[in-house]
Ligand binder design. Structure first.
Ligand code: SAH
Length: 257
């Protein structure tokens, strides 16, 4: 018995993988989480397939329902927003399923961090500027380990992608300052990346809270912060060594000077 866990992508129904969509088309039962999964994806489901919204159910209920259908010989697909591997809460489901002798197979999806970067039109790792992206969240009701507090992580001055933090923005800003970031550090906020009502804000650390308030953004937003978000970056000529004329690598001989 096997449950397929499929990443739905960030919202746009064309941003699911071919493999994920095929599994939805073949499923007898589809379980899907929260308001961030676009129901248009299910237009292609089999007629008569059972669609179960899971936001009002608790973990054991969901797992029992999935197990029951699998035992009946049905094909069951669990759909999660973005990519299931980040903030998908899949581990706890997999552990309970495992106890019942049920395997899982995960099909990745386009995470909102990448949909947001695409919407803004940026590279998160800019040569000579930063080569690291940290995916994290600000501590709210869900605790974050001490060593992973934003003020610690931000001390690396790399690109930081904040999930689940739109309502905690004041705290985020103060932690960035504590880590030594300056008020003019560029920040981009993408509300509902890839949905028809997507909104993009390009701002700075010092104006972030005010600008988000002005736009009424308190949830479903990805916050990307760091020098890679510089609005003038295209004029600044950062070049990757990979395409540098003088840089030889496995696939290309370096040009002789
Ligand atoms: N697994 C998901 C994240 C789930 S946690 C992924 O890979 O994207 C939910 C958080 O993800 C939201 O609070 C928000 O920060 C972010 N998020 C999910 N979908 C989004 C979207 N379409 N646009 C912007 N942020 C989104």
């Amino acid at each position: 018995m096997k449950l397929y866990i499929v990443g739905a992508g960030p919202g746009d129904p064309e941003l699911i993988t071919v493999k994920g969509l095929k599994l939805i088309e073949e499923a007898d039962a589809v379980f899907y989480a929260d308001s961030l999964v676009n129901e248009e994806l299910f237009k292609q489901a089999k007629p008569g397939a059972e669609m179960v919204k899971t936001s009002s159910l608790h973990l054991e209920e969901i797992v029992d329902m999935i197990a029951k259908r699998l035992r009946e010989g049905k094909k069951v697909v669990r759909v999660h927003t973005g990519d299931p591997a980040v903030y998908g809460a899949i581990m706890e489901q997999m552990a309970l399923l495992n106890e019942k002798g049920i395997e899982t197979e995960i099909v990745p999806g386009v995470s909102s961090v990448f949909a947001a970067a695409a919407a803004v039109g940026v590279e998160l790792t800019v040569p000579e500027l930063t080569q690291t992206v940290i995916l994290t969240r600000v501590e709210g009701r869900t605790p974050v380990p001490e060593l992973e507090r934003l003020r610690e992580l931000a001390s690396h001055h790399c690109t930081i992608a904040l999930f689940l933090s739109a309502s905690l923005i004041r705290k985020a800003v103060s932690e960035f300052y504590e880590a030594g970031w300056s008020g003019d550090t560029p920040v981009a906020v993408v509300y509902r990346a890839s949905w028809p009502d997507e909104k993009i804000i390009r701002t700075t650390l010092s104006r972030l809270e005010e600008d988000m308030k002005k736009e009424g953004i308190r949830k479903q937003a990805m916050i990307l912060a760091g020098r890679a978000l510089d609005e003038q970056i295209l004029e600044k000529d950062y070049r990757s060594k990979l395409y540098d004329k003088a840089f030889a690598h496995q696939y290309r001989q370096g040009a002789r000077k």
